[in-house]
Design a protein around this ligand. Structure first.
Ligand SMILES: Nc1nc2c(ncn2[C@@H]2O[C@H](COP(=O)(O)OP(=O)(O)O)[C@@H](O)[C@H]2O)c(=O)[nH]1
Ligand SMILES: Nc1ncnc2c1ncn2[C@@H]1O[C@H](COP(=O)(O)OP(=O)(O)O)[C@@H](O)[C@H]1O
Length: 206
């Protein structure tokens, strides 16, 4: 029998491009995907819940998780750690569910080293000007940080070749629909592999 493992999907892209917004809309639509809740050392924001938005950890707790190799990947972002719990991802994939990560670019590249078979989706801004507008309008960053983010974004965009798909986030609905199509098409690819395997078995019997 062919092993029915789930597929790991990774949504990444520069800060402010809309990863969080697109991910929320994707999960608001009906989906069988399992979202991997990240660990972070950043402060909890009003309206957020521990174990729903993130698992909130102290710096010491997070560093201990790193030492124990409990994270599939981690990165420092604006003076805080963010990381993906290894056990949840591996267990959920083994149970046959698809797992969805929404993480920044450095982390995505680490996942690629461990899970080259993952499906890597790069969320792309309609333009750098629009990226700047989104970061400014979000209102969470100072002028200096915004400039840093934009410099980072240029570097991150150069890493786009490591990804399987690019989705332009011009409109949230369109972007989410494209991501749903990617998910479907990856399942069709897998279906083909399963069929080929079955055919080989039949040939053997004959
Ligand atoms: N590497 C990595 N990045 C993460 C993880 N979880 C969230 N992020 C990214 O961390 C960045 C900051 O997230 P957050 O503090 O929620 O702020 P916001 O998304 O910018 O409002 C975003 O780019 C997230 O995609 C994770 O587990 N690993
Ligand atoms: N397609 C879009 N069109 C216009 N604004 C968007 C779109 N997607 C996201 N935004 C806005 O851009 C800002 C950054 O989005 P966010 O999801 O926080 O980005 P990220 O998680 O990539 O840092 C937010 O204010 C969000 O409402």
């Amino acid at each position: 029998m062919i092993e029915e493992k789930g597929i790991l999907f990774i949504l990444s892209g520069p800060s402010g491009v809309g990863k969080g917004t697109v991910r929320k809309e994707l999960f608001d639509r009906k989906t069988d995907l399992k979202y991997s809740i990240s660990m972070t050392t950043r402060d909890i924001r009003p309206g957020e819940q521990d174990g729903v938005d993130y698992f909130y950890k102290s710096k010491e707790e997070f560093e201990s998780l790193i030492k124990q190799n409990k994270l599939l990947e981690y990165a420092q972002f604006v003076n805080n750690y963010y990381g993906t719990p290894r056990e949840y991802v591996e267990k959920t994939l083994d149970e046959g569910y698809d797992v969805f990560l929404e993480i920044e670019v450095q982390g995505a590249l680490q996942v690629k080293e461990n899970f080259p078979e993952g499906v890597f989706i790069f969320l792309f801004p309609p333009s750098l000007d629009e990226l700047k507008n989104r970061i400014v309008n979000r209102g969470t960053e100072s002028e200096e940080l915004i400039l840093n983010r934009l410099k980072e974004a240029r570097k991150e965009i150069e890493l786009m070749d490591a990804y399987d798909y690019v989705v332009v986030n011009d409109d949230v609905d369109h972007a989410v629909t494209k991501i749903q199509s990617i998910i479907q098409s990856e399942h069709c690819k897998r279906e083909r592999i399963a069929m080929q395997y079955k055919k080989i078995l039949e040939d053997d019997i004959l």
